[in-house]
Design a protein around this ligand. Structure first.
Ligand code: SAM
Length: 244
C-alpha cells in the first residue's frame, strides 16, 4: 500500500518510523510519503491560510496550495483522498478494514478552521474523497487524526501483525466482533498480589475458553458501550448470548 500525507507539520509523522509501521515500511509492505503543504506556496511567507469569507473568527486554509499539492501528489494515479474533519463520517473498524484493501491513500491534514471546501469538491471530480472524523471532539489539526487512521488501517495489511489471528479477535473486528469490545485479558503469573486469573483460562478446554471470552465481551460491551448492544442484530446472538 502507498500512503501520501500532506501537512504543514511533516515532522508530526516521525512516529511512522517506529514499531510495526516502521518495520512494515522497512520491509516494503508499506510505502509512506509525507509532504509539506508549504512547498506548494509561492509567496515570501509561504502562506497557507486566509480570513474566512462571511467573517468570523479564525483562518481557513487556502485552496491554491491544496489544489497544486493534490495535482502533484496524485497526478494520474488512482488514489482515494481522506480528509480528516470533525464534521466527517465517524471512523470505525469497518472503515479501517475497507481502506486496508485500497492500493493508494492520500491524507490531507487540515489546520485552523479547516480547508476551503472547494478543495474537496474539486478533488471529487477526479477521485473518491472521504471526509472522516475520528471522534466527537475537536483537535488542533488533522495530523493526529491521520496517525490514528494510518495505524488502524496499516496494522490490518497482510504481514504487518506478527499473528494475524489477533486482529480477528480484536474489539469491533468483522467476523464476529462487529458490535463487541474485547473482554479482559491476562498473562502469567496465575496469581498476582492476591488476584487470581479466572480458572477457566487455565483449564485447557478451548471450547469453554471461547465461550467464556464471548460472555465477557458481551458483559463489557453492555457495561461500557450500551449503544453497541442496542445496535446488535438479533440474528447475530445465540441463546447463551441472550442469557448473558
Ligand atoms: N472548524 C472546524 C469544525 O468546527 O468542524 C474544526 C477545525 S479543527 C480546529 C482543524 C483541523 O483539525 C480540521 O480541519 C481537521 O483536519 C482536524 N480535526 C479536528 N478534529 C478532528 C476530528 N475529530 N477528526 C478528524 N479530524 C479532526
Amino acid at each position: 500500500m502507498r500512503i501520501d500525507i500532506i501537512s504543514i507539520f511533516p515532522d508530526y509523522f516521525a512516529p511512522l518510523d517506529l514499531s510495526l509501521i516502521g518495520r512494515a515500511r522497512t520491509s516494503g509492505l508499506l510505502d509512506v510519503h509525507v509532504h509539506d503543504l508549504r512547498s506548494w506556496t509561492h509567496d515570501r511567507h509561504n502562506t497557507v491560510d486566509d480570513t474566512p469569507y462571511g467573517g468570523g473568527p479564525g483562518m481557513v486554509m487556502k485552496p491554491e496550495p491544496w489544489g497544486e499539492a493534490l495535482d502533484s501528489v496524485i497526478g494520474d494515479a488512482s488514489a482515494r483522498l481522506i480528509l480528516p474533519t470533525p464534521s466527517g463520517r465517524p471512523f470505525r473498524q469497518a472503515d479501517a478494514e475497507r481502506l486496508a484493501g485500497e492500493g493508494h491513500l492520500v491524507f490531507g491534514c487540515g489546520r485552523y478552521e479547516g480547508i476551503d471546501s472547494r478543495v474537496a469538491q474539486d478533488a471529487a471530480a477526479r477521485m473518491p474523497v472521504e471526509e472522516i472524523s475520528i471522534g466527537d471532539y475537536v483537535l488542533n489539526g488533522g495530523e493526529s487524526a491521520t496517525l490514528v487512521m494510518v495505524e488502524a488501517i496499516t496494522r490490518l495489511l497482510p504481514g504487518v501483525l506478527g499473528n494475524k489471528e489477533s486482529a480477528v479477535q480484536d474489539s469491533f473486528a468483522s467476523g464476529g466482533m462487529e458490535n463487541l469490545v474485547e473482554g479482559p485479558v491476562y498473562t502469567k503469573p496465575a496469581t498476582w498480589r492476591g488476584h487470581e486469573v479466572p480458572p477457566i483460562l487455565l483449564s485447557g478446554n478451548h471450547g469453554a475458553v471461547d465461550r467464556w471470552r464471548r460472555d465477557q465481551a458481551l458483559r463489557k460491551t453492555a457495561r461500557n458501550r450500551p449503544d453497541l448492544v442496542a445496535a446488535m442484530p438479533e440474528e447475530g446472538l445465540d441463546r447463551r448470548d441472550r442469557e448473558v
